[in-house]
Ligand binder design. Sequence first.
Ligand SMILES: *Cc1c(COP(=O)(O)O)cnc(C)c1O
Length: 363
Amino acid sequence: MTQIPPQPGIMDIALYVSGESKLAGHEQVLKLSSNENPLGCSDKARTAFTQAGQDLHRYPSTDHAPLRQAIAQVHGLDPDRIICGVGSDEVLQFIAQAYAGVGDEVITTEHGFSMYPILARMVGATPITVAEADRKIDIDAILGAVTELTRIVFIANPANPTGTFLNESELDRLISGLPKDVILVHDGAYTEFVDGFDGGAALVDRHPNVIMTRTFSKIYGLGGLRIGWGYGQRPVIDVLNRVRQPFNLSQPQMAAASAAVQDTAFTAHCADLNSRMREWLRASLVQMGIECDESHANFVLARFASPTDAADADAALRADGILVRRVGGYGLPCALRITVGDEDGCRRVIDTLGRFMQERRPA
Ligand SMILES: *Cc1c(COP(=O)(O)O)cnc(C)c1O
């Protein structure tokens, strides 16, 4: 059978691989493979979702006004400069669609989020991957890779799967060095796990070429609902709204997200639990001889001596019903990305890895 050729780039897309959720022989899997909130979502979000389910025959609002208002109020932002999407992935897609195309280049980094090259190829652009420095985004490498063809630079900060973080002065240096017609996407999926960080909002205020993206999938525990948002200067948001489908978000999605963002006590509680357990997890790993950088997100990157060791550690965790993420596809074959669970979940990980390292030790 002859195949009808799709647009350039489409067949070069490697399908996204998501975190596993099932493990044969285990009823109660401890899923630490997708950076989900171990506490679930706010009860208020669940109630709002259920109530909104009473009116499924009604079309949702197309301008998302109440949700944008709620987000703006909680974060101290301008609601007219917010755009909402089906996960932040959709907002990232709007950006790629609106600002890059065939013949253009899109810069991503060595261990960057795997959606970025997928999005670049989706619109026919060429993803250019630049090296990182010890698992941290290398600003000079990015600036050195910019050409006349560069349209977009995608970075996640904190980064996934490394957990590393660029501070304000590093971000300033990156933006100052970029041409004014190149868009910097500052993906803030893990913003809420960094104490006192605005996710890049102030940067957006100062620079017309910076867009911040945020998600309800991580700290808000609503990954299953698919809601994210972006923040940019007015002209950029106006552009992005033109490629957005008018009814991209359903009413139950928007109602749950509004309630979630307004439940700031629950968010603070989740951030506090995460930072305590994250530090304990890291200290415990380091103590048993597993390398681990400081993480600024809701996961840690455990680094083993070799790809075989990482595979064996993964097998030991799976044998105990624990799913974490192999990150060989992110250029990190010796590492496992482990979502910070609740206290019980973290202890189970450390118990298993402790026994694993003990058995590994040469006699
Ligand atoms: C999880 C994650 C997202 C969120 O994606 P959604 O589509 O909002 O679920 C975005 N960027 C990065 C780097 C992530 O890790």
